[in-house]
Write a protein that binds this ligand. Sequence first.
Ligand code: HEM
Ligand SMILES: *[C@@H]1O[C@H](CO)[C@@H](O)[C@H](O)[C@H]1NC(C)=O
Length: 319
Amino acid sequence: MLFSLIFLCTTISSSMASLQLGFYQQTCPLAESIVRLTVTEAVAVDPGLAPALLRMHFHDCFVRGCDGSVLLESTPTNPSERESPANKGSLRGFEVIDITKANLEWQCPQTVSCADILAFAARDAVLLTGGIEYALPSGRRDGRVSSAPEVVKNLPSPVFDAEKLAQNFASKGFTRREMVTLSGAHSFGVSHCSSFVNRLYSFNATHAQDPSMDPSLAARLRSMCPGRAGGPNPTVPFVNRFPHKLDNKYYRNLKKMKGLLTSDQTLLSSQSTAGIVWRHAKHHHKWTDEFAAAMVKLGSVGVLTGDEGEVRKNCGFVN
Ligand code: HEM
Ligand SMILES: *[C@@H]1O[C@H](CO)[C@@H](O)[C@H](O)[C@H]1NC(C)=O
């Protein structure tokens, strides 16, 4: 009887554990400031690291939850998430997480999880480039599994239409509106030509180029992106003006048919999302509020807490 009572209590307490604001206040009071300092310095040297860190957090959270699985290195028998075509060659900023982790291990050994470091880093990237500030609950624990094939099964594809995007985000607990709101992240950073070249040369049987792309943008992109496979695959900014600033110009660009990916422009083409695009294009402040709330939600997807998982010593390797 006593045994089963204790058992019951411990199961309840571990399953009830949830993220908390200021989780490290007692155990590592400088944790959030150390992340902010490291990210600020890194972004000052290379502004492209801000979008890179935001994207890395998104890719972490949609695959096995925000558990730092995206940071794990492959082993000889297990290709990790980093090996997936959705990540390899385009995900970057790992060194920022590693430097931050090294600083934190020195301050408070084995206390701050890699998943939390990445979530804080994405939050700081958003503040530095968008002036959007939000309090972020923490206490995520690091997972021990990272598997390349899981990435494409869980992340949305750049050729998805609005319906498929909505389904993908719904499977992670997001509304259609939150999906459109988070897509505003494509107002900064870059994409490789390979992610949108399908729109430029042989779109379908009747149209050489995607008719939902502004023809002058398509022409400019063709001059940068060769049509044949295996050629060079440079990167192009999502938005030309102020490519390092996170704001609602993404939505204003969509209204000019200047979305880069199929998954961007479809948000205006589709009846079910066009209205949200129009509102976000018009009301910057409202979009920033909704973006902040959606980021907090993104950071809570499938998290490990309490005594689940571990706190890695090195973000690239399980303990
Ligand atoms: C809606 C579904 C989404 C799709 C299909 C998608 C797809 C992509 C693709 C294909 C790229 C370019 C990769 C490359 O070729 O280099 C990219 C870049 C990026 N994505 Fe997304 N994404 C989506 C949602 C999001 C969300 C929710 C966020 C964050 C909140 C995000 C943040 C970014 C950022 C910041 C970049 C630029 C990365 C850099 O400059 O290094 N994306 N995305
Ligand atoms: C090609 O794409 C356009 C625009 O999406 C569409 O209207 C047209 O029906 C498509 N043609 C074929 C043959 O699929």
